[in-house]
Design a protein around this ligand. Structure first.
Ligand code: H2B
Length: 96
């Protein structure tokens, strides 16, 4: 589960992750929350999912703008765990 994805596997995964992009060794997505409290509440929900997966995104919080960066630090790149985490984050973003 924690082996690095190939270039093709990564491209295929991104095709199923609208809003996400490849940035070097990471999957990255930026989203706008309606308010700062809403942004923090969303980050809290992402944190709960990440804890449950024992796989954590890098999160940049700038007022209402959130940037999530998923990579498997122990592998130095993208694994299936990052794809799953990105999908989970997208689902939380869609739920608002
Ligand atoms: C011990 C614990 O399982 C590891 O440190 C986990 C924690 N969360 C993690 N998150 C991410 N993104 N990459 C990791 O390699 C990683 N390792």
């Amino acid at each position: 589960m924690t082996t690095l994805l190939t270039t093709t596997e990564t491209a295929d995964a991104l095709a199923g992750l609208p809003g996400w992009e490849l940035d070097g060794p990471s999957l990255v997505r930026t989203a706008q929350a309606p308010s700062f409290p809403a942004a923090i509440a969303l980050v809290t929900r992402v944190g709960e999912v990440a804890e449950g997966m024992d796989h954590h995104p890098d999160i940049d919080i700038r007022w209402c703008t959130l940037t999530f960066r998923c990579a498997t630090h122990s592998e130095g790149g993208i694994t299936a765990l990052d794809v799953r985490l990105a999908a989970e984050i997208s689902a939380l973003l869609a739920a608002g």
